[in-house]
Design a protein around this ligand. Structure first.
Ligand SMILES: [Zn+2]
Length: 448
């Protein structure tokens, strides 16, 4: 399945639409349709279950997108969060200098270069413009990635606020609030699902790179010395999470970073094998005590933890593990799509499927009344699809391609004996069961 086909499938069946489509679209923005938003919410619920509910000492947070501008001073974003951009003088296209070098050398050497090194490399190797093939570039300019806006009525530097470029700072500035209110002991974790914004100019690969995106973030606060064990633990936990969601192990890999951000002691991505190549879906970082130390310095508020075991105070280390929600959804769509004997099937984990069950009257005029009764029963328990249009084969096909794991057919037997035929998406096996067992039957099979 290539990207173009996926974009079309997502549009056709209501998963994902181009943002502001009737106005020609706004580049790198996408809207989740009725099925896409269900899928996305189910991924969030799955994450919540594995990262908040099933783990000890884990707390969810829902921080505001707008934060005090000093937060972004302390985090370093105001001063250094920028892309090195370079323009082709011949065809006027704009590129990221590091990507240009990485693509040319088929490596990641560009990541570790300074602007001067990149310019030298491009000139020495005559790196061509991917668009026109010539080598005639401008100097590198740093392009700010944070969206700025203003609060109040005046547009001056005092009233600047930023749309957050990551969720993490919301967790960091609430470290003490959560620790005290929950009487939390180290190690403990704060997780958050929320939107972040980056003014990226680089092309998107559908929802892989967008200017507005959603992250599922997880920050674990720990004692120095426990940090590397937890770092390893969350790498593996993340990989297992993706496999539990239904991704095959051979479509996942770890990518350890050679070049580390100034704050990081260790960093690793989990990558998924997309049709355009391996792409990051999770990043796990050992951020040391950098973040809380900086916030202590900039806010003047002590960010120390009083260790009840040793009666000493210290600033905790942080292990961050961030999941790109939009990228995870995209990976799951690619992973789930299969064509079996020209039958298109989206083999999503039943927990993730937008609809858990479809109710299909075999013959509309004979069975739809009974079918609506059963629809009412099921929709109290699950997202249920009701479909009475067209022949039964076509309705099965349509539910297969949107990932509905169970189809319940209502026929004369239902009216006479209160039984239904339940068909499984993946095996097409059909079982006859009593209506009274229906809810239980489905419930057991959609657990995560
Ligand atoms: Zn060019």
């Amino acid at each position: 399945m290539d990207m173009e086909k996926m974009v079309n499938l997502c549009k056709q069946y209501g998963f994902i639409f181009q943002g502001s489509e009737i106005y020609g679209g706004l580049a790198n923005t996408w809207d989740y349709g009725p099925l896409g938003s269900r899928l996305k919410n189910n991924v969030k619920d799955a994450w919540r279950k594995k990262f908040i509910q099933e783990r000890d000492n884990a707390y969810e947070l829902d921080a505001d997108i707008l934060m005090h501008p000093m937060v972004w001073k302390a985090s370093g974003h105001v001063d250094s969060f920028a892309d090195p951009l370079i323009d082709c003088r011949e065809c006027k296209t704009r590129h990221r200098a590091d990507n240009l070098i990485n693509d040319f050398s088929n490596s990641s050497i560009g990541d570790a270069m300074t602007n001067e090194e990149m310019i030298r490399y491009i000139n020495e190797n005559k790196v061509p413009c991917p668009k026109c093939g010539k080598t005639n570039f401008t100097d590198i300019r740093q392009f700010k990635l944070m969206f700025e806006t203003y609060r109040g009525v005046t547009q001056d530097s005092k009233s600047v606020v930023y749309l957050r470029p990551e969720n993490a700072q919301g967790e960091y500035v609430n470290f003490l609030n959560v620790q005290r209110s929950m009487r939390a002991k180290l190690p403990f974790s704060i997780g958050q699902i929320g939107k972040a914004f980056r003014n990226e100019i680089t092309p998107g690969n559908f929802t892989f790179r967008t200017i507005e995106f959603e992250q599922m973030e997880y920050q674990t606060f720990c004692k120095k010395g426990d940090d590397m064990n937890l770092y390893e633990y969350f790498k593996q936990y993340g990989k297992k999470f993706y496999m539990d969601l239904g991704i095959k192990e051979e479509h996942l890999r770890f990518h350890d970073h050679e070049k580390l951000a100034h704050y990081a002691k260790a960093a690793c991505d989990i990558e998924y094998k997309f049709p355009f190549g391996w792409g990051e879906v999770n990043g796990t970082h050992n951020r040391t005590d950098f973040d809380l130390t900086r916030h202590q310095e900039y806010s003047g508020v002590k960010q120390e933890y009083l260790d009840p075991d040793t009666n000493t105070k210290y600033i905790p280390y942080i292990i961050e593990s961030t999941y790109g929600l939009d990228r995870t959804v995209l990976a799951l769509l690619f992973e789930a799509y299969e064509v079996v004997d020209d039958r298109e099937v989206l083999k999503l984990h039943p927990y993730l499927a937008p609809y858990k069950v479809a109710v299909l009257p075999l013959i509309k005029k004979n069975h739809s009344e009974k079918a609506k009764e059963i629809y009412q029963l099921l929709s109290k328990n699950f997202m249920t699809n009701y479909d009475e249009a067209g022949n039964i084969g076509k309705r099965y096909r349509r539910n297969d391609v949107i990932g509905t794991p169970f189809c319940v057919t209502i026929d004369d037997e239902t009216i006479n004996n209160n039984t239904v035929t339940i068909r499984e998406r993946d095996t097409m096996e059909q079982t006859t069961i009593n209506v009274s067992e229906l809810v239980d039957y489905i419930e057991k099979r959609i657990k995560f």
